[in-house]
Structures are given as structure tokens and as C-alpha cells.
Design a protein around this ligand. Structure first.
Ligand code: ATP
Length: 377
């Protein structure tokens, strides 16, 4: 294939992908210079030893809290390690920080439990600073325990007798933000009383490529259908709706005046992220994006720290373990992480290394073979 043909092939089909925002043109931004940052969140970030925002975080801030003000759905293509989690967590938490009534307003979906746990940790480090709670639906605990974490059941008052027929306690969400894997999310959608996406304002699809590659019990069409159904059921009452301080209904008015061409407004804002975002129109169509804005750093898959040096060692594959042992020995006391391509190779390599009894270091296995509780310590 000629170079010209190659170039042709890499031009995205979708027009909005052809004029992206170049994230690499942004610099890091010290928190002291970040416009509109809630001071409570600034303190929370400083407690995490974060003193400036990475380029992707600044670019997203500009399109959400900054002049972009969440008007468009965001598609973010940025390498692993570039700080995508905080890029969406910070604006969402800041936007929800003024809400006083608790209900589920932001949903973040990730393909695996480990990733969901990492993302939950980031939200948990900043959300409580502005009075928001974060929940996790990943199947780490029993469904009953998870439900009691996510749903608040008001207790019956002592001494007051209720006819069980008349009394249906109002179930409310205990969390404002939920981080979930698709399977457990579907369990709650289908079976958990009081679990509702009715008030959802933000949907984040992290590791989008992976989530679009597999259907995962059709979680995406289900979530979109539920949120669309909310839009439709609210639309007829949009003209006659009188705001009430006690109403929890999110009224997604038709936003003609804002150029939303009859789409409901406020709408469900979507942010989709990946290190290798697909350009396949049929895959992206599944997300039903609104006037999407593409933010990208190009084709880079990984973001390596500037001072990291890398070396390659060439050898025949049958000698790989021996070279590895020699390399580890030469590194002496340094801590090392060895990555392999599968759970099985990790297990094999670990068994092999442990069979040398004169190595001056301890070897620990870390893969999906270990239970979650072991992996976290
Ligand atoms: N502004 C920041 N200042 C300092 N460290 C940061 C900042 N933002 C993120 N980090 C740290 O950088 C690392 C990478 O961040 P993160 O995991 O969000 O990257 P990512 O782009 O989401 O990667 P992945 O594709 O693996 O999910 C994390 O250890 C995180 O704590």
C-alpha cells in the first residue's frame, strides 16, 4: 500500500473527528491559575499532592467548566497515564457541588473491576470535600451489601403504626456519583428497587473501545434508552412545569434556543474516553453523541514520564527467562515490575523465578489469578 493510500485511510470518516482539539498544544496549569476552581476542591487536590493540572485535564476543564460549559459531548483520546480520570472527575464533581438533594447524577462505566476501583478512589479523594458521595457497583461485595450502600431506606418511626398496604417508604439514592462495571450496573437496573437513572446528568464511558467491542449485556442501549425515555416523558410537561423546591425531576426542556434542534435540554452529557479511540462510525454511533467535540493527543498509546529512560534487550525467546534473571540481579535492591502478556505467563514466570533459591529479592505474583483482596495489598 502506498504512502498516499495510507494517509487516505487514516483520515477519519466522521467530520467532527477531522478537526480535533490538539491536547498537546496545552501546557500544565498550576491550580492557583485555574479559573473557577472551587477552593474546597483545590484543597482536596493539594491533599493528593496535585499542584497543577495535566494538559488533557486543562483541555477538558476548558470545555466543561470554562467557556465550553458542557455544551457538547466530549470524545477524549489520550494516552494511558496522561491523567484522563481526573480530567472528567474534577469538572463533574465541581458541577455537582452545588446540588443539595442527593440523587444519582453521574454514572461512570468501566470494563473491569480493577479499573472501576481505581476510578472510584479518585472520585472519593475529591467528592466528599463538596459533600458528594461516591458509590461502587462492581460485584466486589454481595448484591445485598451493594444495595444497602447505594440505596437509602428511611427507617420507620418508633411508635407510629403504618398499614403496610399504605406505606411504601420512599427509596432514595445514597450516592451522587456511581462507578460501575456493566454487569453489576445491569443487575441494579433490572432488579434493585429504588435504583434509578432518572436524574442522571453525566454519563462517562471510560475505556470506550473495550466497552464498545463487547455488548456486556447491552448495557449501553439500555442506559441510553432509559435516559431517553426520561427525556420524552418530561417533554410534554416542559411547558407547564412550575419549579418546586421539593421536586427531584430533571426537566430536560427542548433547547431550540441553544441550537439543540429539538433535542431535550438539559440533556444527558456524555464523556467518552480511550487511549485508542475507535474512528469506526458504526461503533461511535452506538454512543448517540450530541454535537461531539474530539480532543486528542494523536496516535500515542502511552504517556511516559519525561525523565523515564527506556532500553531494549534483544535475545532469543528461549533465553528470555535467563536474561531476565541476570537483569534483575544486576538491578540489585531496586523494586521491579515485570509485565507479561497473560495470566498464565505471569504464573509460569513467577513459579520459575521462585524456583531459584539464591536470588537476592522476593517475587510476588500479581494477576487476575489472585483474589481482589490480595491484589489490593
Ligand atoms: N494533575 C496531576 N498531577 C500529578 N499527578 C497526576 C495528575 N493527574 C493524574 N495524576 C496521576 O497520574 C497517574 C495517571 O493518571 P490516570 O490513571 O488518571 O491516567 P489515565 O490517562 O486515566 O490512564 P489509564 O489510561 O491507565 O486509565 C495517576 O497515578 C494519577 O494519580
Amino acid at each position: 500500500m502506498g504512502a498516499e493510500e495510507d494517509k487516505q485511510k487514516s483520515i477519519p470518516v466522521l467530520p467532527w473527528m477531522r478537526s480535533p482539539i490538539d491536547v498537546s498544544s496545552f501546557d500544565e496549569c498550576p491550580l492557583t491559575l485555574l479559573p473557577c476552581l472551587d477552593p474546597r476542591l483545590k484543597v482536596a487536590l493539594e491533599n493528593m499532592e496535585i499542584s497543577s493540572l495535566f494538559p488533557v485535564q486543562l483541555a477538558v476543564w476548558q470545555e466543561t467548566i470554562g467557556p465550553g460549559s458542557f455544551e457538547r459531548d466530549l470524545c477524549i483520546n489520550s494516552p494511558t497515564g496522561s491523567g484522563k480520570t481526573l480530567a472528567y472527575a474534577l469538572p463533574i464533581v465541581q458541577m455537582l457541588s452545588t446540588r443539595s438533594v442527593k440523587c444519582l447524577r453521574a454514572l461512570v462505566v468501566l470494563p473491569t473491576r480493577d479499573l472501576a476501583l481505581q476510578v472510584k478512589e479518585v472520585f472519593s479523594a475529591i467528592a466528599p470535600a463538596v459533600g458528594l458521595s461516591v458509590g461502587l457497583a462492581v460485584g466486589q461485595s454481595s448484591i445485598a451489601d451493594e444495595i444497602s450502600e447505594l440505596i437509602n431506606r428511611p427507617k420507620l418511626q418508633l411508635g407510629v403504626s403504618f398499614d403496610p398496604e399504605d406505606f411504601l417508604p420512599e427509596l432514595q439514592s445514597s450516592v451522587d456519583i456511581l462507578v460501575a462495571t456493566p454487569g453489576r450496573l445491569m443487575d441494579h437496573i433490572n432488579n434493585t428497587k429504588g435504583f434509578t437513572l432518572e436524574h442522571l446528568c453525566y454519563l462517562v464511558v471510560d475505556e470506550t473501545d473495550r466497552l464498545l467491542r463487547e455488548a456486556y449485556q447491552s448495557w449501553l442501549p439500555t442506559v441510553l434508552q432509559i435516559t431517553r425515555a426520561n427525556d420524552e416523558s418530561f417533554l410534554p410537561c416542559a411547558q407547564t412545569f412550575l419549579p418546586s423546591p421539593f421536586s427531584l425531576k430533571t426537566i430536560r426542556r427542548s433547547g431550540l434556543e441553544r441550537g439543540f434542534k429539538g433535542k431535550p435540554y438539559p440533556r444527558l452529557v456524555k464523556m467518552v474516553l480511550s487511549a485508542t479511540l475507535t474512528q469506526d462510525p458504526s461503533k461511535l454511533a452506538q454512543l448517540d453523541l450530541h454535537h461531539p467535540l474530539f480532543l486528542t493527543t494523536g496516535q500515542k498509546r502511552y504517556q511516559l514520564p519525561e525523565k523515564l529512560q527506556s532500553y531494549k534487550l534483544f535475545c532469543e525467546s528461549k533465553y528470555k527467562p535467563l536474561y531476565l534473571v541476570a537483569l534483575l540481579q544486576s538491578l540489585g535492591e531496586e523494586k521491579c515490575i515485570v509485565f507479561t502478556s497473560s495470566v498464565e505467563s505471569t504464573h509460569r514466570l513467577c513459579t520459575l523465578l521462585n524456583s531459584f533459591d539464591n536470588l537476592p529479592f522476593k517475587i510476588k505474583e500479581y494477576s487476575g489469578l489472585q483474589r481482589q483482596s490480595v491484589r489490593r495489598h
